[in-house]
Design a protein around this ligand. Structure first.
Ligand SMILES: [Zn+2]
Length: 385
């Protein structure tokens, strides 16, 4: 048994650490009984009771009696208060999506607004402010807004909150967190969209408990990646690692914004699928509807072509990283459903060793918002006191 008493010197620090551990546990794993928290933390029962009480007094968690009548004194269930929330923003070349996400990954609201053209940073900031104003009826029911998290399709320095380049948006070397934070009057944090998708899936989605995974996100802007190896996210020397979209899949193919040609990002594109489906906008959800409902020959052949090129890239990733799981989010998830088991079979038969599972992201269209909110939750989760 560990006790949360600590030495006189480190008592406050230790207590803060213990509060963080309990809050993070119920945030990530869902409602847990006091008995289960006691078992998982190794603290004694009265310590867990005191920590839960402290979190309850801060309105961060709530306790309810368990349902069902068992003999003896039942252990109360501890759950997060989803009214403790963050705003999440995902700018893309065709639309801006804003969400309100509570602790526990609970999405209270998600609004997607198509833009007339590719939005400038200033336009995206202005639209975010307007969309948040429209969300007032939802925000009225929120107890506390912690901040705003921004998921951006581009190279983002999470430490400084600046975008180095978001090639399809045309945003370069600009402060992100300052303008977005000012627009909604909250502290702001920003990161690459695919990294946040990977984070969200590892906490709430398909990659919970998986030590080695490759995540690929397909948005209107293109394809980004997140690599988790030995439970650690690969970030690179400056935090820009995981640009899996610039893997060569078709030598001499379509020209890519990176200056080369035949990259995955240039060949496997949402706009090509939408075009082949005869859709003018509507994004991933419109594409899913077409693919699910007996797609015509034009969209079928384009989807088959993209699945084939995606397979080339996935085989490379399996040979390089040896993941046990590949997760595909955004429109790449739509391609997983379209291809069925043949995608996984082909990746496994063409790669050198092992057996990888290929799965679509579990969190669907809410994925990036949940990841962006998670970023905004970090300070509270680290230090609830
Ligand atoms: Zn490229």
């Amino acid at each position: 048994m560990r006790s949360a008493q600590g030495t006189a010197n480190g008592t406050e620090g230790l207590r803060a650490q213990n509060l963080s551990q309990i809050l993070t546990m119920v945030h990530r794993d869902g409602p847990l009984s006091r008995a289960e928290l006691t078992r998982r933390t190794g603290f004694n029962r009265s310590t867990v009771g005191a920590l839960v009480l402290a979190l309850t007094e801060k309105n961060l968690v709530r306790e309810t009696e368990p349902v069902g009548g068992r003999v003896g004194r039942p252990s109360p269930i501890v759950r997060v208060n989803p009214g403790i929330a963050a705003l999440a923003v995902n700018p893309d070349i065709d639309a801006l999506t804003v969400g309100v996400v509570g602790l526990g990954g609970h999405v209270h609201a998600r609004v997607r607004r198509e833009t007339a053209g590719i939005p400038t940073l200033e336009e995206a900031v202005r639209l975010t402010g307007a969309m948040v104003s429209e969300l007032q009826p939802v925000l009225g029911g929120i107890d506390r807004l912690l901040g705003v998290g921004i998921a951006l399709p581009g190279l983002v320095n999470a430490g400084t909150g600046r975008v180095l380049v978001a090639p399809h948006l045309g945003w370069r070397d600009a402060d992100l967190t300052g303008p977005f934070g000012t627009a909604v009057d909250l502290p702001a944090v920003a990161a690459n969209d695919a990294s946040l998708g990977s984070l969200a899936e590892s906490i709430f989605g398909a990659a919970v408990g998986v030590a080695d995974s490759v995540y690929l996100n397909g948005s209107a802007s293109g394809i980004g990646g997140g690599i988790v190896t030995g439970r650690t996210q690969l970030v690179g020397s400056r935090g820009y690692g995981g640009e899996l979209g610039h893997t060569l899949v078709r030598p001499g193919g379509s020209s890519c914004h990176c200056g080369r040609s035949g990259c995955l990002d240039a060949e496997v594109r949402l706009e090509r699928l939408l075009g082949a489906a005869g859709l003018d906008g509507g994004g991933i959800e419109a594409l899913e509807d077409v693919l699910a409902d007996s797609p015509g020959p034009g969209i079928r052949s384009e989807a088959e072509r993209q699945v084939e090129l995606l397979t080339v890239a996935l085989v490379n990733f399996v040979n390089i990283f040896d993941p046990s799981l590949i997760i595909l989010g955004g429109f790449l998830g739509s391609l997983v459903d379209f291809a069925g088991t043949s995608l996984e079979d082909q990746v496994n038969s063409a790669s050198l060793a092992g057996r990888v599972t290929v799965r679509r992201a579990a969190l669907g269209p809410e994925l990036l918002l949940v990841g962006a909110a998670e970023l905004a939750f970090q300070p509270l989760l680290a230090s609830p006191a």
